[in-house]
Design a binder for this molecule. Structure first.
Ligand code: SF4
Length: 374
């Protein structure tokens, strides 16, 4: 048996019986998710990209709307970028949406609008890394291509009792090897298929079982080892040390940032601006705003100085708080009625009425501001 702390021991042999346990458990316990009802590689691709950094229940309506409007690679390739961003609005990390469209344009131009069927070839496309390629290749084409995301890292480091930083070169390489050994072992095995999974192959089911176990049983905190199908093979679970794995590096300390945003109103219209292409959140819309150089500065005075308007007219709205990577951001928001179209210091691009506000794609924080105006 592999001993805690021994990567080599964990690698060889693969703990006996793990693959059948995972396949049987998944066949009986897989959640009925809309993208599991199809083998369309494009639909699987969209689900995998949306699921990065985002929970399943959030993704479902986004995925359904996206597939309804862009049912295939060609329709995505031909869509206006503004519309692509709008359908992604709220999911964050907008480079994912832009890369999807970039890849779709390439595929429409060179491969008749079809994804290649191997992970290696997929990795040549923008936005498709090793995890996404492995997921699409295994789920849509039943290839024995491994996957390794946060859920799989957690499950494998616990099963094998692997210490160390899973993002570090050595352990990360070992985890990919372990993931590959499992999916290769599953390849060609007979699987029980039913309901949602009636067309899934063994490689698809094995990879999805690892993701599913991490998402529903082997949770980061309070894993449910008592009902886990692989508990008998799990080093961390059997020794009551599940929560000690994975041993990630300490997170960087969060940095506080403070912004001030101004909603300039003229009747029913408000001033909004589009972020420059190529920068952070490029192409998305927002209310005019600035970051305060001194996070303790008085936001109202800063907004007045910056817009050139009298501070007395500023009505404070509820601030918006949001976190992106290691930044904890607070946006102080003021609404002010104005009688002119021009403002010193504010580069406004359009006056939008409520319908236009709804139609435009906003950054998440500024969509929350827009909702407060309704
Ligand atoms: Fe995770 Fe516990 Fe199952 Fe091990 S036994 S895989 S720690 S849930």
């Amino acid at each position: 048996m592999a001993r805690s702390g021994s990567i080599e021991a964990a690698l060889s042999p693969t703990p006996g019986g793990l693959v059948p346990l995972l396949l049987d458990w998944f066949a009986a316990n897989a959640r009925d998710l809309p993208w599991r009802r199809t083998l369309d590689p494009y639909a699987v691709w969209i689900s995998e990209v949306m699921l990065q950094q985002t929970q399943v229940k959030t993704v479902i309506p986004y995925w359904e709307r996206w597939l309804g409007e862009f049912p295939d690679i060609r329709s995505l390739a031909d869509a206006p970028e503004e519309r692509v961003l709008k359908l992604w609005e709220g999911l964050g990390y907008y480079s994912r949406a832009r890369n999807l469209q970039k890849a779709a344009k390439l595929l429409a131009g060179t491969r008749g609008g079809r994804l290649p069927d191997t992970a290696d070839a997929m990795m040549d496309l923008p936005g498709i890394g090793r995890y996404t390629a492995g997921a699409i290749a295994s789920i849509a084409f039943d290839r024995p291509s491994p996957i390794l995301d946060g859920n799989v890292v957690r499950v494998l480091t616990r099963i094998h009792g692997l210490p160390g930083d899973p993002k570090g070169k050595e352990l990360n390489g070992r985890l990919w090897q372990l993931a590959e050994a499992l999916v290769v072992e599953a390849s060609g095995l007979p699987v029980r298929r039913s309901g949602t999974l009636r067309s899934a192959g063994p490689c698809s089911m094995l990879n999805q079982s690892l993701m599913e176990l991490g998402a529903t049983v082997c949770a980061p905190r309070t894993p449910r080892c008592a009902v886990c199908p692989v508990a008998v093979r799990c080093i961390a679970g059997r020794s009551g040390r599940a929560e000690e794995f994975p041993q990630a590096k300490a997170r960087a300390v969060a940095t506080e940032r403070r912004f001030v945003a101004v909603v300039l109103s003229r009747g029913k219209k408000v001033l909004v601006r589009q972020r420059p292409a190529g920068g952070v959140n490029g192409g998305l819309w927002e209310f005019p705003n600035e970051e305060l150089a001194d996070p303790r500065a008085d936001a109202r005075s800063a907004a007045a100085a910056w817009t050139g308007l009298a501070p007395q007219g500023f009505v404070a709205l509820q601030p918006v708080k949001h976190t992106i990577t290691r930044y904890r951001m607070t946006v102080d928001v003021f609404r002010v009625e104005v009688g002119t179209k021009k403002f010193p210091g504010v580069i406004g691009t359009t006056w939008a009425d409520p319908d236009e506000l709804e139609r435009l794609a906003f950054t998440s924080a500024h969509r929350r501001i827009a909702r407060r105006l309704a």
